[in-house]
Ligand binder design. Structure first.
Ligand SMILES: [Zn+2]
Length: 157
């Protein structure tokens, strides 16, 4: 693993923050506006915010591309929220409503919803169509971002 600083985009003010790779995002704050950089709950993005993240941010983040009419999307949503709660010190969790942001969804070449897309180190590292839930969803995210079990939360498997 490289120990380079990550560049983390602040969604509140647009500043790009350098955060050491070893530092948990849960305690990191924006140097310009002091907003927290972690997202303990999934954050709904606009197409413009997503474009800025993809262009500038070199941290780990995952995007749920969904649509209001999509049953599997609604089924996955609470699982995605709980994965965000468990993993937010390492990965930021975002959502994109593909109905409200059709240009952005088209740009991502989404073939269906839901689709989960991961970025790390400034490049796309995963693109997975289909709903995932529960432990399988968290395991997929851990695998995509090479996360090890570094927290104290106990869980049954
Ligand atoms: Zn800020």
């Amino acid at each position: 693993m490289a120990d380079d600083d990550r560049k983390i985009l602040c969604l509140a003010c647009g500043a790009l923050n350098r955060v050491p790779a070893a530092r948990a995002l849960s305690t990191a704050k924006c140097g310009r506006c002091a907003a927290g950089l972690a997202t303990p709950e999934p954050v709904a993005l606009t197409g413009e915010q997503l474009a800025a993240l993809v262009a500038k941010d070199t941290g780990a983040f995952v995007l749920d591309v969904w649509a209001p009419w999509c049953g599997p999307c609604r089924m996955m949503a609470p699982h995605y929220t709980s994965a965000a709660f468990n993993l937010s010190s390492r990965v930021r969790f975002f959502k994109l409503d593909s109905e409200q942001n059709q240009a952005a969804a088209t740009h991502l070449q989404i073939r269906g919803v839901p689709t989960l897309i991961g970025w790390s180190g400034g490049r796309q590292v995963a693109n997975q169509p289909g709903a995932q839930t529960g432990p399988a969803l968290e395991a997929w995210i851990r695998n995509v971002f090479s996360l090890t079990e570094t927290h104290n939360r106990s869980h049954t498997e």
